[in-house]
Design a protein around this ligand. Structure first.
Ligand code: HEM
Length: 361
């Protein structure tokens, strides 16, 4: 039963991604048809919770192998669909809150089974997502909760990288530095509730410190020497850390923003630069793992990666200098890079499934 849920859930999460990209284009200024007037406003929640929340929840549910864990991605996927069509009032947000609650339960379960700094970091990521979603459900504007959503993704990724970093057997001092940075980041999120500007800037500082820590201690620095998929993954990871550092500096410098070019610059340094570089790194493993097929890799992935990186540099520069046309075109290229990468990945995974099916028949 749960096996059959994987395919529709992954398909819905991709549908949400494409709707969110469309919404992003309209927000950027492209006069594309908008059949659903509220769609552009849902761009942020669709990207963070509808797409990434569902994908991460699905990956966790498959790894855990218990039925109830599928309730999380099921709820966030349904919530995303309701947001796209502006149906059900706040039911969409409520379902997303429920989905993030299930994610927290999954991590509580994992932490009980295996108490370690990396499981705790990922559990904190789920907690931060839930809190951000609760604030959003209660009517807080997105610019006040977006740091919590970013925190969900940053802590989830940092925890995953820490898990792999165990191979390097990090010293106590290095681990304490990691814990200290995460504690400062969490404190910054709490401070941002009464003091948005101070909390935001402190979060930026913690992001910068985390980026430096990851650049210094991630095993990517070693695996970059291996050819093929390990090198491709390592390059994506190191680029992601670079973007996290850029985001940290921008956030530290700008403080809390409510909308506009600076807001666009720092949010997308995190979400496109850091988070999507990580997705580009892990997708060849995550997508096949969710659908139960072999890891896929093709050197052509570099073309999508380079397109994303170059267009993002252009977009951030355009944001910082106010070059409107450059922002429009580089933003469009961001969307094209994501669409082509995910599309190619899915075609490869589905082809792999067919080949495996035939050879096992
Ligand atoms: C495909 C490329 C993308 C484009 C063209 C795009 C475009 C935009 C634009 C124009 C804004 C409004 C900024 C402003 O207030 O001036 C925005 C906001 C935002 N974006 Fe994106 N974006 C993209 C990708 C992403 C991704 C991948 C994520 C998350 C994973 C994301 C999350 C957000 C969030 C959370 C906001 C704030 C929304 C709000 O305050 O209502 N975006 N985006």
């Amino acid at each position: 039963m749960t096996n059959r849920l994987r395919y529709p859930l992954l398909a819905v999460s991709l549908l949400i991604l494409f709707a969110a990209i469309w919404a992003g284009m309209v927000r950027l200024g492209w006069r594309w048809p908008v059949l659903l007037p509220a769609l552009p406003l849902s761009h942020g929640p669709l990207m963070v919770s509808g797409f990434l929340g569902t994908l991460i929840g699905l990956e966790r549910a498959v790894a855990l192998g218990v039925r109830w864990a599928y309730l999380g991605p099921l709820a966030t996927a349904l919530g995303g669909i309701l947001l796209i069509f502006s149906l059900g009032g706040s039911l969409g947000a409520l379902l997303i809150v429920f989905g993030s609650f299930i994610m927290l339960l999954i991590f509580a379960f994992i932490v009980r089974r295996h108490l370690a700094s990396y499981t705790i970091t990922m559990a904190l990521g789920a907690l931060v997502w839930l809190i951000g979603n609760l604030l959003w459900l209660s009517g807080w504007p997105i610019y006040r909760v977006v740091l919590w959503w970013a925190g969900f993704l940053i802590l989830t990724i940092a925890g995953e990288r820490l898990e792999l970093g165990r191979l390097l057997s990090l010293s106590r001092v290095v681990m304490n530095a990691f814990i200290f940075i995460i504690a400062v980041f969490l404190a910054a999120l709490l401070i941002s509730l009464p003091l948005p500007d101070a909390g935001t800037r402190l979060a930026g500082l913690a992001m910068f410190a985390l980026a430096i820590w990851l650049l210094r201690y991630d095993i990517a620095r070693r695996t970059i020497r291996k050819p093929g998929l390990p090198r491709y993954t390592a390059i994506c990871l190191l680029l992601g850390y670079f973007w996290l550092a850029v985001a940290g500096i921008l956030i530290l410098g700008f403080g809390q923003m409510t909308a506009g070019l600076r807001y666009d610059a720092y949010l997308h340094a995190i979400f496109l630069g850091f988070v999507f570089s990580m997705l580009f790194a892990h997708a060849p493993i995550i997508f096949p793992a969710v659908l139960g097929s072999q890891v896929v890799y093709n050197p052509f992935f570099y073309v999508f990666l380079i397109t994303l990186q170059v267009s993002l540099i252009g977009r951030i520069l355009a944001d910082l200098t106010g070059l409107w046309q450059l922002r429009l075109w580089t933003g469009l290229l961001n969307g094209i890079a994501l669409t082509l990468f995910i599309g190619t990945m899915m075609i490869m995974v589905v082809r792999g499934l067919k080949v495996e099916g035939r050879s096992s028949a």
